[in-house]
Design a protein around this ligand. Structure first.
Ligand SMILES: *[C@@H]1O[C@H](CO)[C@@H](O)[C@H](O)[C@H]1NC(C)=O
Ligand SMILES: *[C@@H]1O[C@H](CO)[C@@H](O)[C@H](O)[C@H]1NC(C)=O
Ligand SMILES: *[C@@H]1O[C@H](CO)[C@@H](O)[C@H](O)[C@H]1NC(C)=O
Length: 408
């Protein structure tokens, strides 16, 4: 264990060094900001569980695709990760959610779409239903500018005429697998709509059909704490080598960035035997199938907190908290005790008590065996660098300077 002050100094130094100084480098990176809007009790957990339900339904209902109906109240995003994306020429800048769990890119939820000479309306309507909202509108093609040097002409985008659940953002930058766009157009076509990543690759703007994502744990409400790299990885953001894990063949996880993984608590307590689940930037927590979550709850001694919906542990239980190990692709990824905590400085933002200790591992809302039994969400991804490799149908993880940081 490092003395806390030394570690704090080290972390401060790291976070300064890691600030997104956008030097000229290829592949190109786009900074991501995190925003919290945790206004209602249970918002965070409910949002994530609704999303999990919607993703399972969507992945399982080929042919129904995005029109699958989820009968759940709509929640605004509790925690959002947004990037500034330009559309049109001259470009209007929109704040778009970064979503690896959906693949349509659209604008118009907040700021209205501004047409320019590069905007061309198609004859299609486009609509997508998410666990936490929906949008429908018109398809356009337009110039999309992700960053300097990362420009796509004639990108298909949705322009929302109605949207629910997206207060505070302008739309979504969908970076999931392209098949998720099937059935989002009407009149219906069986073809998919190339994503921004697909077009960057097919236009030769990037030389590898893959994305790298870095998030860093932070304890403040709104901050720039991540970046996406198109066409490669940013070696300044991870340590050691990247372990690649093939996309699982198990449906519905296989429709997303899905992998096989087992989960263990401490030295030997099995939480989930090897099973399929997904890696998702649009989910804040780490969600485990109910039977696995119950084992975790027993192992940690946590109780469900009525105000936040999170597991709450005592300080004695925290000092005994063991690491949670995620085994995938022949490697083991350790979520330390500190990494399992919700950042304590933000407790009151989620309706919690400042002095309490809450855990970020929660209940997926259904038992294992349904082909999507866990979600490694943002709270996992801020401890591990992630790679979404379309070309080789695999997901990669690597440790970062923050994997074992004690920021929470
Ligand atoms: C925050 O959430 C509330 C309730 O869900 C919503 O009314 C408000 O517009 C949101 N604000 C921002 C900035 O997202
Ligand atoms: C994942 O698990 C399933 C079910 O056990 C198995 O059929 C499959 O071969 C595993 N690996 C991949 C890459 O899907
Ligand atoms: C938890 O909250 C719900 C809704 O506010 C309330 O009905 C219930 O009595 C609460 N349970 C406990 C144990 O406080």
């Amino acid at each position: 264990m490092f003395p806390t002050t030394l570690l704090t100094t080290l972390l401060l130094a790291l976070s300064v060094a890691a600030n997104p100084v956008l030097v000229d480098r290829s592949p190109v990176t786009l900074p991501i900001s995190r925003r919290l809007n945790l206004t209602s009790v249970h918002n965070l957990v409910r949002h994530d569980q609704n999303r999990a339900k919607a993703l399972k339904l969507k992945g399982s209902s080929k042919g129904l695709g995005s029109r699958a109906v989820v009968n759940e109240a709509v929640d605004n995003q509790a925690v959002t990760y947004v990037a500034s994306v330009g559309v049109g020429s001259p470009a209007t800048t929109y704040s778009l959610l970064i979503d690896t769990g959906s693949s349509n890119t659209w604008v118009g939820a907040g700021k209205a779409y501004v047409k320019t000479s590069t905007s061309t309306q198609t004859s299609n309507r486009v609509s997508v239903t998410y666990g936490s909202g929906s949008f429908s509108g018109t398809e356009f093609t337009d110039t999309v500018t992700l960053a300097s040097g990362l420009v796509i002409s004639k990108q298909s985008i949705g322009v929302a005429s109605t949207s629910t659940g997206f207060d505070g953002v302008d739309g979504i930058l969908g970076i999931g697998p392209v098949d998720l766009t099937v059935d989002t157009l009407s009149p219906a076509t069986s073809s998919s709509i190339p994503t921004v990543t697909d077009n960057l690759f097919s236009n030769g703007v990037i030389s590898a059909h893959s994305i790298g994502i870095s998030f860093e744990p932070t304890t403040v409400e709104d901050t720039v704490n991540g970046e996406i790299t198109w066409g490669g990885t940013d070696s300044s953001k991870f340590t050691g080598s990247i372990t690649f894990i093939p996309i699982t063949s198990t449906s519905p996880a296989s429709e997303f960035w899905g992998i096989n993984q087992s989960v263990r608590y401490g030295a030997s307590t099995s939480i989930l035997a090897t099973t399929a689940g997904i890696v998702d930037t649009g989910t804040t927590l780490v969600l485990l199938a109910t039977n696995g979550f119950n084992k975790y709850k027993t192992a940690t001694g946590g109780v469900l907190d009525n105000n936040t919906g999170l597991l709450r542990i005592t300080s004695t239980q925290f000092s005994n908290l063991q690491s949670l190990f995620f085994v995938a692709g022949g490697a083991t990824f350790e979520l330390t005790a500190n990494a399992q905590l919700f950042p304590r400085s933000l407790n009151t933002d989620i309706g919690g008590v400042a002095s309490s200790i809450y855990l970020i591992v929660n209940d997926l809302g259904s038992n294992s065996g349904e082909g999507l039994d866990f979600i490694n969400g943002y709270t996992f991804l801020e401890r591990f660098y992630s790679v979404f490799d379309t070309a080789n149908k695999r997901v990669g993880f690597a440790t970062t300077p923050f994997t074992t940081a004690t920021t929470n």
